[in-house]
Design a protein around this ligand. Structure first.
Ligand code: TYD
Length: 340
C-alpha cells in the first residue's frame, strides 16, 4: 500500500498517520496539508521524517494531480476539511470549497489515477439532529448547518462516484472526537485553553445539548479497519456510546483542573435554530468488521485535560495568533463582555 493522507497536520488526520505508521510499518506514507489556520506543522513533528509532505489544498486540481503523479498512492484517506460549525455560520464559502468541491477533485483524481481505495472521512452531523433513538447508515441526510451541508455534499458525491463510475470510495461518519492536538476552537480544547489561561468559558444556552463522544485513537482505529476491510460504495458510522450533555463534559474538565462552576458563563445560544440538540448513531456495521472502541470516556477526558495543561508550548502560539484572537473577539465578544 502507498497511503496518502490529506489534512495530516490537523487533529484526526495526524493521529491517523501515527496509527498507520504503527499498524503497518514499512508502508509508504505521503501527507497533504494546506497549513491553513488549523493545520499546524508542529503537530506533524514526530512523524515528519517518516512521511513525504506535500503542501497544498485539495480543491487545487493542479496540485492534487501533481501530487498523485509524484507520490503514486494506491490508497487515499481524506481528512482535509473546514470543520467548525460556528465559523461556518459566520462565512461558509471556504466550507463548500474544501468539503464539497475538494472532495470532488479528489474523487476525480482517484478515478483518473486508478486508486485501489479512497476513504472519505465524514461526520454524523450530515444526518442532522435526533431527539430519541439512533441514526443508522440508512437514515436520511438532513444537515442543519452550512458546515454539515458542505460535508453532506462531499458524501453524496462519493455515492454518485461509486454508482456512476465504480470509483472505489468508502465513507465513514464519525462522532464528536476529542483528544490531544485538537485545535482550540471546539468545545473541549477551546474550554481547556481558556480555563488554563484563567478565563471564563462560554457555554451555549443551558449546556443541555447531547453529543456522542469518541476518543481520537478509537476514531482513527475505526477508520483504519474500514480502510482495510470495508466494502467500496458503503458508509460506516464510527462512534462510541458516550452520550453526554455539554454541561456534563464541562463539569469533568472543571473537576480535573480543580475549578468550580463559577468559571462557566452561560451565554445566549449563538447557533440559534441551527444548534443540533443531540447526535447518536448505531455502529453495528463497523463492529462487524472487527473494530470496537477501547478508550474510557471520563478517564481519557481527564488525560486530555492534563495533556493541554502539560503542552502549553503547542497551543500558546495558536491562541496568540492575531487571526485566532480576532475570531474569538468577534464571535464571543458581545456575549462574554468583560469576561472575554
Ligand atoms: P463543537 O465542539 O463545536 O462541535 P459540534 O458543533 O460539531 O458538535 O460543539 C460541541 C457542543 O458544544 C455544541 O453543542 C456547541 C457547544 N459549545 C458551547 O457551548 N460553547 C462553545 O464555545 C463551543 C465551541 C461549543
Amino acid at each position: 500500500m502507498r497511503l496518502l493522507v490529506t489534512g495530516a497536520a490537523g487533529f484526526i488526520g495526524s493521529h491517523f498517520v501515527r496509527l498507520a505508521l504503527h499498524r503497518a510499518p514499512g508502508t509508504k506514507v505521503g501527507v497533504i496539508d494546506a497549513l491553513r489556520y488549523s493545520g499546524n506543522r508542529s503537530t506533524m513533528a514526530d512523524f515528519a521524517n517518516q512521511t513525504s509532505f506535500y503542501q497544498g489544498a485539495i480543491q487545487d486540481k493542479a496540485f492534487v494531480d501533481q501530487t498523485f503523479s509524484e507520490f503514486r498512492p494506491t490508497h487515499v484517506v481524506n481528512f482535509a476539511a473546514e470543520s467548525h460549525n460556528d465559523r461556518s455560520l459566520v462565512d461558509n464559502s471556504d466550507f463548500v470549497q474544501t468539503n464539497t468541491y475538494g472532495t470532488q477533485v479528489l474523487l476525480e483524481a482517484a478515478r483518473q489515477h486508478r486508486l485501489e481505495r479512497i476513504l472519505q472521512v465524514s461526520t454524523d452531523e450530515v444526518y442532522g439532529s435526533i431527539d430519541a433513538g439512533q441514526f443508522t447508515e440508512h437514515s436520511p441526510i438532513q444537515p442543519n448547518t452550512p458546515y454539515s451541508a458542505s460535508k453532506a455534499g462531499g458524501d453524496l458525491l462519493c455515492r454518485a462516484h461509486w454508482v456512476s463510475y465504480k470509483t472505489p470510495v468508502i465513507v465513514t461518519r464519525g462522532g464528536n472526537t476529542f483528544g490531544p492536538y485538537h485545535y482550540p476552537e471546539k468545545l473541549i480544547p477551546f474550554f481547556l485553553v481558556r480555563l488554563l489561561q484563567g478565563k471564563k468559558v462560554p457555554l451555549y444556552g443551558e449546556g443541555s445539548q447531547v453529543r456522542e463522544w469518541i476518543h481520537v485513537r478509537d476514531h482513527s482505529a475505526g477508520i483504519w479497519t474500514v480502510l482495510e476491510s470495508g466494502l467500496p460504495g458503503e458508509v460506516y458510522n464510527v462512534g462510541d456510546t458516550n452520550e453526554r450533555t455539554n454541561l456534563d463534559v464541562v463539569r469533568i474538565l472543571l473537576d480535573e483542573l480543580g475549578l468550580g462552576l463559577d468559571r462557566v458563563k452561560f451565554i445566549p445560544d449563538p447557533r440559534k435554530g441551527a444548534h443540533d440538540a443531540r447526535y447518536s448513531m448505531t455502529t453495528t456495521k463497523v463492529r462487524g468488521l472487527g473494530w470496537s472502541p477501547r478508550e474510557d470516556f471520563e478517564e481519557e477526558l481527564r488525560v486530555t485535560a492534563k495533556w493541554f495543561a502539560d503542552n502549553e508550548e503547542w497551543w500558546r502560539p495558536i491562541v496568540q495568533n492575531p487571526g485566532y484572537e480576532s475570531f474569538v473577539k468577534k464571535f464571543y465578544g458581545p456575549s462574554l463582555g468583560e469576561d472575554l
